[in-house]
Design a protein around this ligand. Structure first.
Ligand SMILES: Nc1ncnc2c1ncn2[C@@H]1O[C@H](COP(=O)(O)OP(=O)(O)OP(=O)(O)O)[C@@H](O)[C@H]1O
Ligand SMILES: [Mg+2]
Length: 236
């Protein structure tokens, strides 16, 4: 594949994606038919009011949950065709996750946290240590590799989570409110880190956020309302 074709390749596509939650006798419609495409190398954001379906959409894209209707394609593969083992493998290798509350393993060091997805992927101890060190270095934590989460600041914990999300060189990293639990200065540094990884390594990021600072630094925003993408905005 030529570089140009590679750059334009679609990593995520959703087709008429719907999600209903059953609450007793009540049907709650969280997504009403979402069509979204994300191309390799994009740095884009999903914004919208609380309850508009952002997390639901991200969880469906990341195969953490299943749609009521419609399809999610990751690099052209319709993930509804995969069995549970194949889905687990896809989640581990193709998709990185960054959460608002970091979700690090409390008893493990920064290094061990970043190594974990590689251990699941069967990467040798030497190789995963080498790659985890490199990733932690790239997010500015080369001097904190043996610290546990409680020995790190919120911003540092989120950097560990970012390094972890990239451990298996995924097609896309999905970030749900990555700056939602840190102060604005730290949030700015986190966004700059994500942006740098996007620019220097052509990493693809989808960032769910309320943060105007994030919105100001992405290439594209998909605005959600009541379970639908109501507007797409290309910036710059
Ligand atoms: N497990 C669930 N069971 C029932 N309803 C749910 C469930 N998860 C989400 N919902 C409902 O689906 C809708 C969308 O929720 P979602 O968490 O995707 O919103 P969001 O845009 O991420 O909001 P926020 O900005 O507050 O995180 C909401 O009305 C919510 O109450
Ligand atoms: Mg949410």
């Amino acid at each position: 594949m030529s570089d140009e074709v590679e750059k334009m390749s679609v990593v995520i596509e959703t087709r008429n994606l719907k999600k209903k939650y059953q609450m007793g006798t009540l049907d709650v419609s969280a997504l009403g038919g979402v069509n979204l495409r994300v191309e390799a190398g994009e740095f884009m954001s999903i914004m919208g009011p609380s309850g508009s379906g952002k997390t639901t959409l991200l969880n469906l894209i990341g195969a953490l949950d299943k749609p009521t209707e419609g399809n999610v394609l990751i690099r052209g593969t319709d993930i509804s065709r995969l069995n549970d083992d194949e889905l687990a493998e896809l989640r581990n290798r193709e998709i990185g996750f960054v959460f608002q509350f970091f979700n690090l393993m409390a008893r493990m060091s920064a290094l061990q946290n970043v190594e974990m997805p590689m251990a699941f992927a069967g990467v040798s101890k030497d190789e995963r240590e080498r790659r985890a060190m490199k990733l932690l270095d790239e997010v500015g934590l080369g001097g904190r590799v043996n610290h546990r989460p409680t020995e790190l600041s919120g911003g540092e914990q989120q950097r560990v989570a970012i390094a972890r999300s990239l451990a298996n060189d995924p097609s896309v990293a999905l970030c749900d409110e990555p700056t939602g639990n840190v102060d604005s200065e730290t949030g700015k540094e986190i966004i700059e880190t994500l942006r740098r990884l996007n620019r220097e390594q052509q990493r693809t990021f989808v960032i769910v956020t309320h943060d105007p600072l994030v919105a100001g630094s992405v290439d594209r925003i998909a605005h959600m309302q009541d379970g639908l993408i109501v507007r797409e905005e290309t910036i710059g």
